[in-house]
Design a protein around this ligand. Sequence first.
Ligand code: PHE
Length: 379
Amino acid sequence: MAALIVSIGLNGCKQQGGSAADSNEIIIGEYASLTGTTATFGVSTHNGVLLAIEEANAAGGVNGKKIKLITEDDRSKADEARVVVTKLVTQNKAVAVLGEVASTRSMTAAPVCQQYKVPMVSPSSTNPEVTRKGDYIFRVCFTDDFQAAVVGKFAYDKGYRKAAIFKDMKNDYSVAFADNFAKSFIKQGGKVVGEQSYQEGDTDFKSQLNTLKAAGPDAILCPGYYSEVGTIGRQAREIGLNVPILGGDGWDSPKLVPGAGTALNGCYFSNHRFSRELDLPEVKAFIANFKKKYNEEPDALAALGYDAAGLVVDAMKRAAKLDGPGIRDAIARTEGFKGVTGVITLDKNRNARKEALILRIDGDVFRVEKTYRPEELGQ
Ligand code: PHE
């Protein structure tokens, strides 16, 4: 199934050759993990991006020009992200770049966009450092100062007092999420009783899980990606570690539950404000249009890809000049953009303030347990 979607995505938009734009088209570059360890992130995001671009072109494009999307696969690798983004801006002459999902990859490629003065908009990288790479770097999602604080508050409000942390030590998102969670949980009166780490690609987590089990936590925070979290959940249950496991947006994948079996049933993770269960007209319309095009349900990544692309197109329509600096300035002025994942206003640090959800895993459905606004966390 995933392979089929990838090939549709590639046929639908990946362009051959490296020619610059003709004067009747505007080139937007996209870099995404269409294959590799986190392929569902890239494929979902790309499908959302492509839908937004097609809708924009059907509605007349930007000042009579059509948008051409050129998508590059970074194979879920940070070094490759830098290589393909360099190609997009130097060879393809993209005037804006969309990507990435994973914070580590966004942080690796951002300096290239900054150097060539091409604005980069990440749909979903949440590590605070991403947009600190320079004034050409934006995101349309919240940051982990907020997201991880939400999980810390939720955990404390649930009555957990002793938390253990199990993080991916090579993943900038996972490491910072763990720190921000600990700060929030401790501030409220909770205690972090143990901490262990793993690396992407590991398959045996039992020795760390045994150490965490011995610390006697009420819950375990595992802010990693779906690629490992499913296995971690299963192995935790196998060694008799049966406390709830908590996570963040990195769990959002149609592959999480198939990887975990029933191990994560009743567990919770934070996510962007998107769910089939939300009774909001913009969410319902997006889901219907997405299903019509792809014959499957979108996840939050698809919705964020759609919003990131839509926001860039909106900025292009307002830009004084359709070049990198002109589009950058228009993106920076974005106020009240009505996205599927919330209303987006970019602050002076080029970040968005948006609501977060806590979702509960119920079989293969992610149910909305709670919604948090930034103000509730004093942010
Ligand atoms: N927020 C994650 C990161 O910064 C990426 C992610 C976003 C994963 C949304 C899943 C869903 O690395």
